[in-house]
Ligand binder design. Structure first.
Ligand SMILES: O=C(O)CCC(=O)C(=O)O
Length: 292
């Protein structure tokens, strides 16, 4: 697949939608494996790696850290077909090629497996889910340079009703929100489980500028680590069409040259400690940082 047009769009806007990265049959296989994984592995995973909006209600699942991988540090794949599928999804050749193209890297310049995150699963259940606060991913990751991209692969049809991602693109951003031009903006504690950090300054007018990303199953949206994004709650249960899930597989790729920005990491750790973390079960903290 040629991703040069996607790379040009990504560079201009700070995000790009790749339609049909997975074709219909592949998108069906993705959903089948997600359902299989929920049945075969999720019930036995610990509270540190599976989060729910309503404790004790499996239908309110909102996040799985490293689906398909054993929870212990350095753990390999869990057993089972669905785990193998999800656990290897970030290594899918088209995903790797796309990440390399979007970050403008040559062969061998992408951080190898083992040095990057191992996949995530994001869901918003109708009626109980919370909005995702506006944030830039690199506030969580602290990579220097910010040569990092997040992929988000739709399992379901995802739109404004069930909580699609919304981006502030570079060309409409200005002043304090000039993504990628002004770099990382100040964040502070959000007190939202799974998304512990949010932009400090963010108005309703800013929120209104953001562009909803409507996806079909198998479409993938990619955003740069400095691109501001957010999502509303899943309110599909209030619509004529009725309640619908909103499920997506996520993974993050960064350049091998990236190093941890110690000052940024310290800001992040400070903001976490303001909310009583670690131990509160906040997704990215477990994905990207190990605290003693
Ligand atoms: O799934 C969501 O609501 C947000 C996901 C997100 O912010 C991300 O993948 O960076």
């Amino acid at each position: 697949m040629d991703f040069s047009a996607a790379a040009a769009s990504f560079s201009e806007h700070g995000f790009v939608v790749v339609r049909g990265l997975f074709d219909e049959a592949e998108a069906e296989a993705l959903e089948t494996h997600v359902i299989g994984y929920f049945a075969e592995a999720v019930p036995s995973r610990g509270a540190e790696s599976v989060f729910y909006d309503v404790e004790g209600d499996a239908s309110s699942l909102k996040y799985i850290n490293h689906p398909g991988h054993r929870e212990a540090e350095g753990g390999g794949l869990e057993g089972g077909e669905a785990a193998a599928y999800l656990g290897n999804l970030d290594e899918e050749p088209r995903m790797l090629a796309l990440a390399q193209a979007l970050l403008g890297l040559e062969d061998g310049e992408l951080a190898p497996r083992g040095e990057r995150g191992r996949g995530e699963f994001f869901a918003k259940a109708p009626g109980v889910s919370k909005p995702t606060p506006p944030h830039q991913d690199n506030f969580y990751f602290s990579w220097k340079p910010a040569s990092v991209v997040t992929f988000w692969l739709a399992v379901d049809p995802i739109d404004e009703e069930n909580g699609c991602l919304r981006y502030m693109s570079q060309e409409i951003a200005s002043g304090k929100h000039a993504n990628g031009k002004q770099g990382l903006l100040p964040h502070h504690a959000s007190h939202v489980k799974g998304f512990s950090q949010r932009l400090q300054e963010f108005s309703d007018a800013d929120a209104a500028l953001m562009q909803p990303q409507v996806l079909r199953p198998g479409d993938l949206v990619a955003h740069h680590g400095l691109t501001i994004h957010r999502a509303d709650a899943n309110t599909s249960h209030e619509s004529a069409g009725g309640a619908r899930p909103r499920r997506a597989f996520g993974c993050v790729y960064h350049a091998a040259e990236c190093v941890v920005d110690e000052e940024g990491r310290a800001n992040y750790v400070r903001s976490m400690s303001e909310q009583g973390l670690p131990g509160g079960g906040y997704a990215y903290e477990l994905t990207n940082i190990t605290l003693g």
